[in-house]
Design a protein around this ligand. Structure first.
Ligand code: ADP
Ligand code: ADP
Length: 228
């Protein structure tokens, strides 16, 4: 599904954020992207979403070279990827329902589809009954579940999450990771950049480790740090 060949990203200020990454992620996988702050995890997720262009190397999403997409194809790529962010990025003046609906509105979905799909997504994340709440009325965990509902409502092939539990307490973090696991079990590929070493160590998923922009480890059923 995702294929990176010798991908490097140098920011305009000269920082080498990722260097010579080769990585293949298949459909249906659940992957943790780990590494210390500044290792290049965010940059890698942004490169896959094509929010950033690599300085060199090639990136393929479903056999398409993402560096050569026309505008329409770029929108199609982003429709197939659901992003989840550390700071939730909800619209504060919209209700829970409206926040999730918005993801479909920008794709031009009909009101009928929206009325049908939004409640299903909210039920999947356990937020039935919270439709009319505003983000500020929700706990952090609930806000992030709105973030996940917004990502899954468009039925993406891939969920890309950048430090999704970074603002959540340990119990809430666990619940969120279990939610990602369920989404993955239903067939969606999941890639999560995270610092939550205890969760990574207990879940025994594929672990891709970055250090100073380099891919230093790639293990099936891996752990957060070597030998843990
Ligand atoms: P991580 O997500 O693992 O913390 P990042 O991808 O955010 O790592 O950062 C990798 C490196 O690139 C760091 O040295 C960071 O300071 C730098 N960096 C990230 N974004 C930018 C940017 N927009 N401009 C310049 N340097 C950046
Ligand atoms: P947590 O213990 O996870 O931090 P909170 O104590 O923030 O959760 O919230 C517990 C419940 O109270 C949640 O269901 C949340 O939606 C509700 N809630 C929190 N703050 C408000 C508020 N200002 N108005 C209405 N409901 C709220």
């Amino acid at each position: 599904m995702i294929h990176l060949f010798n991908v490097s990203k140098v920011y305009p200020n000269g920082t080498v954020a990722v260097f010579d990454i080769n990585l293949r992620i298949n459909k249906g996988e659940f992957v943790f992207l780990v590494g210390p702050s500044g290792a290049g995890k965010s940059t890698l997720t942004r490169l896959i979403f094509r929010e950033q262009l690599p300085t060199s190397g090639q990136i393929y999403f479903r056999e398409r070279n993402v560096l050569r997409l026309r505008q329409r194809e770029l929108l199609a790529l982003r429709r197939q990827i659901g992003m989840v962010f550390q700071d939730f990025r909800l619209l504060p003046r919209k209700t829970v329902f409206e926040n999730v609906a918005f993801a479909l509105e920008v794709l031009g979905r009909s009101r009928r589809v929206i009325r049908e799909q939004v409640p299903l997504a909210l039920a999947q994340v356990g937020l039935t009954g919270k439709e009319d709440a505003f983000p500020a009325e929700l706990s952090g965990g609930e806000q992030q579940r709105v973030g996940v509902a917004r990502a899954i409502v468009k039925k993406p092939l891939l969920i890309l999450a950048d430090e999704p539990t970074g603002n959540l307490d340990p119990d809430t973090s666990w619940e969120l990771m279990e939610l990602f696991e369920r989404v993955n079990r239903d067939g969606t590929t999941v890639v999560i950049a995270t610092h939550a070493w205890d969760i990574v160590n207990r879940m025994r998923k594929r672990v891709v480790a970055l250090e100073n922009g380099r891919l230093v480890r790639d293990e099936e059923q891996g752990s957060y740090s070597h030998g843990a």
